[in-house]
Design a protein around this ligand. Structure first.
Ligand code: UTP
Length: 287
């Protein structure tokens, strides 16, 4: 049973400046929940209950969000608003550990910060920027593949050719359905050098042998320690699968992706569906 997830949240969020100057990107709200809570809830739906959050400077609000706030609860009780209390305590029955990444040296370095806490278990990695539609079952599907093959599984999405240089891109062979056996990975390739349009997105099921590779990789693209480079080394030793996701993903670390996520997920909230549809129609009639 896979019980642990690493949530890297120490990035600088430069695509979302100026709001990320002093506030964590992971705390940007979609309707009324911060981005990182969507990842936590996705894990909870898959029975994952141990979270290792990699944080950094300016990220204190993430820890506070997943902590008990007794003053707030007391005030809500006094004001007769105790109906809100259950929604404040998503952390009940879950275990959170927070580790500071002292410098934002890249996703590979961020994951390596969790090494001592993961020990010899497989674990999920979720990048909170990537919001997966809560009605989709991507993570559950990936866990099922891991359980079947006991091999690492990486989520993939087919992206337009002009977008490949924003992602890690794989070469691989289709095994069946949406499952690929990965032959190679390259981080942010130029369009003309991309081996495919199959881009790595922010969901991974990894095995603890990735840490030995994270220990030896040199700084890669952009001077950062890249998870992609560690996966390329691991690929020389074992099979890694890619699972092609065909559902809806929003890159909420990008301003326009965030706007799309906000509109789409608001439309799914029953209390706003009709009001928002009406408002969008009114707006559109003026275009
Ligand atoms: P990104 O490169 O998408 O995030 O990293 P970023 O650096 O925060 O954002 P931009 O590109 O500057 O706008 C992918 C994930 O890895 C984490 C980020 O928090 C994000 O979840 N990360 C990245 C770390 O935890 N540490 C790092 O050193 C780098």
């Amino acid at each position: 049973m896979l019980k642990k997830a690493i949530l890297p949240a120490a990035g600088l969020g430069t695509r979302f400046l100026p709001v990320t100057k002093a506030s964590p990107k992971e705390m940007l709200p979609i309707v009324d929940k911060p981005l990182i809570q969507y990842s936590v809830e996705e894990c909870v739906r898959c029975n994952i209950d141990e979270f290792i959050v990699i944080t950094g400077r300016n990220k204190r609000a993430i820890e506070d969000h997943f902590d008990y706030n007794c003053e707030l609860e007391e005030t809500l009780r006094i004001k007769g608003k105790e109906a809100h209390i259950p929604e404040l305590n998503i952390q009940n029955d879950l275990n959170f550990a927070f580790i500071r990444q002292s410098k934002p040296l890249g996703l590979g370095d961020a994951i390596n910060c969790a090494k001592a806490f993961v020990k010899d278990e497989p674990f999920a990695v979720l990048l909170g920027d990537d919001i997966i539609d809560p009605d989709d079952t991507l993570l559950a599907d990936m866990i099922a593949i891991y359980e079947q093959y006991k091999s690492p599984v990486i989520a993939l999405q087919e992206v337009p050719l002009e977008d490949v240089s924003m992602y890690g891109v794989i070469s691989g062979e289709l095994v069946s359905g949406q499952l690929y056996k990965i032959n190679g990975l390259v981080e942010k390739p130029k369009v003309e050098e991309a081996p495919s349009r199959l881009a790595v997105i922010g969901r991974y099921i990894l095995t603890p042998d990735i840490f030995a590779e994270l220990d030896v990789i040199p700084p890669g693209r952009g001077g950062e320690y890249q998870l992609t480079d560690a996966l390329s080394l691991l690929l020389k030793k074992r099979v890694i699968y890619g699972y092609l996701f065909k559902g809806q993903r929003y890159d909420a670390g990008d301003k326009f992706g965030f706007l799309k996520a906000t509109i789409s997920l608001s439309l799914k909230r029953p209390e706003y569906t009709e009001k928002l549809k009406k408002y969008i129609k009114e707006l559109a009639s003026g275009f």
